[in-house]
Design a protein. Sequence first.
Length: 660
Amino acid sequence: MLTPPKKMADAIRVLAMDAVQQANSGHPGMPMGMADIALALWHRHLRHNPANPHWANRDRFVLSNGHGSMLIYALLHLTGYALPITELRNFRQLHSKTPGHPEYGITPGVETTTGPLGQGIANAVGMALAEKLLAQEFNRPHHTIVDHHTYVFLGDGCLMEGISHEACSLAGTLQLNKLIALWDDNHISIDGDTKGWFTDDTPKRFESYGWYVIRDIDGHDVDAVDAAISAAKKSDHPTLICCRTTIGKGSPNKQGGHDVHGAPLGAAEVTASRQALGWSSLPFEIPEDIYSAWDARAKGAQQEHVWLAAFADYTSQFPEQAQAFERRMQGILPRDFEQTIDKHLAHCQAKAENIASRKASQNVIEALGPALPELLGGSADLTGSNLTNWSGSKAVGSQQWGNHIHYGVREFAMSAMINGITLHGGYLPYGGTFLTFSDYSRNALRMAALMKIRSIFVYTHDSIGLGEDGPTHQSIEHVSSLRLIPNMDVWRPADTTETTVAWAQAIMRTNGPSSLVLSRQTLPFIPRSPSQITAIARGAYIVRDTQNTAHIVIMATGSEVSLALAAAELLANENIAARVVSMPATTVFDRQDTDYKSSVLPVGIPRIAIEAGVSDFWWKYQCAAVLGIDTFGESAPADALFKYMGFTTDNVVNIVKSVI
């Protein structure tokens, strides 16, 4: 006898109630309200294999309203992922696989970390874009190896967040027809009924973006949701399915109100809800017939088996493409990648160019582009300033493959989409904007670092060196602020050589994101020995040393390294021995062993630091003095600004003399 759909959906509801109640913390309302929608999608449409959460052609599922995490944990458990009931009992407990919000890399089957509302839908836009581009790049007539959907659950809160406007607008422009979002339209947020603060005509808004909108679906009618998903899969546009639901569905006394949003129901209401649902099993006990009905392992294994057979046929016909697809989906770099980097480093030494590090960055991309087809660039409407394009760049369009994305003025969406592209696999994305606008992207950068994924963020116009645009665009606190994000590597290179190494390290890094901080103004080339070039990858190294014991160690980054070197020359004329340490990546240097750090920054020798940004960061290196900027900038030519702010050789010399 077939298990009734209601019982399958109710299994989600009781697991959510039980886990939140046991943890005495959590959000039961959304899982209870979206249980029927989840049944329609996961049981009737979602292509996935619980035994292999990393199957390349699986559908991607994103829970953008991640506070309702017990929904996805219940689904993963019921469908057969390696998430036993003991982990649901451990909901929100230390080191469990069921943290308060879904976390990528913690729970098998979770595609991205969500919870900061709106970012999940933006991640999903990136995933859907990656699918579309890979399909255009690798599929061949009668050989379709990339063909899957990206599904998103999202709530009113996601739609209120500004990032949803940014990302969904671009999704419509790019006609990401494999993107299907199901909106939990329950009119409730933490503060209560949303009629006081969210009265948008959301369907019209999405229609204006170019989305296919399916209105007025009863979110508790599994067949109606099923039919809407089927219709969405036939569309040439991304789809928003508007599902009217009751938050906390099944709770007789709390459903429909904000009290059920973010707090346990309470023991009495849990009991009342079980009675109302006709659920007689004990907490965390699911009848075997319901487990059997939900179990997706056999179906998923068969779906993957069919795809593997198709991929084997593809491999026989297109072996080079098949090999490249597998390599890229596994995140493995080409064998000759380091050789390509070494060749470009040699080119840098030979040319010894005095150029802005943003231009040096473009030169690196130009060198890597032909050898690294997975590079997927972009900029938030500043391509000509960020220099994120190269001669082989082709703009991504709604109907054409490309390798450079025009994100428009959407810094936050760009960063979250980059995370989604990275998570999907197959591409190595990077995107650029001015450093001062990294503030707009801040939480997406934090999510990249939390997930430990290889997203690359390119930031140009890194200081007062951009000049006349003035304090609104001059970065002061931003570099230090980026360094404070755990697991974010921040590179501020001094010339062409350091820029090349910074790019290489960002690309080779597999356990976290990188921010490349680049200048608008020209930076002089710095000659180095081979051992010095090798040492750049350690985050800090001695770029100029003394024959005798140094009287002072001058630390600097980016454009200020050349200033430190010039000051060291003047000091030498006065018999003051100065060691100059270039620190292109303090975050990397801080991870080095104690012996190396001591060899670069020896104990007992006074230190000063020079950086055209806030000074507070540098005191952790036990400096005797810091030449920084603790005010906002001014509108003036760069040379005048650096002089006005004290970034001159004479001032550095005077600071050194004052501390030795």
